[in-house]
Write a new protein. Structure first.
Length: 130
């Protein structure tokens, strides 16, 4: 994905595709400030997914919006946000996302079993203690 407004500096030849999700209920500002000659800052609304290209050495700063200011709430290495592409997955119709930290699907597959799951309820009696 090309950064149309903010192209990567030419000296940054190694770039990765990253994804950050704002899982909070507050507006956040995502900023990369450790790459010289490059400006990257985006507003990320609650629940929004931000997909971007960055140099592998970039650090994503997350500023959480408060009433009249923003507080630096997290700094994440962009290589931890990397979206890994697998050729087999690209050829299938699956759109499951992969957790790059644990290398597991973010949404677990639905388990379908044909076992009888109905069980009688067990009632316990009320006991009064004097």
């Amino acid at each position: 994905m090309a950064q149309i407004l903010d192209p990567l500096p030419p000296e940054q030849s190694v770039k990765i595709l990253c994804c950050y999700v704002n899982a909070t209920s507050k507006i956040q500002v995502a900023r990369i400030s450790n790459i010289p000659n490059w400006y990257f800052e985006r507003v990320v609304f609650p629940g929004q997914r931000l997909v971007f290209e960055s140099p592998i050495i970039a650090q994503l700063e997350i500023h959480t919006g408060m009433m009249a200011s923003a507080i630096l709430s997290d700094t994440i290495a962009c290589d931890r946000l990397e979206i890994k592409e697998d050729n087999n997955e690209l050829n299938s119709n699956s759109v499951a996302a992969i957790d790059t930290i644990n290398n597991q699907p973010i949404m677990p597959s639905i388990k379908t079993t044909n076992l009888d799951t109905t069980k009688p309820l067990a009632f316990t009696g009320l006991v009064s203690i004097d």
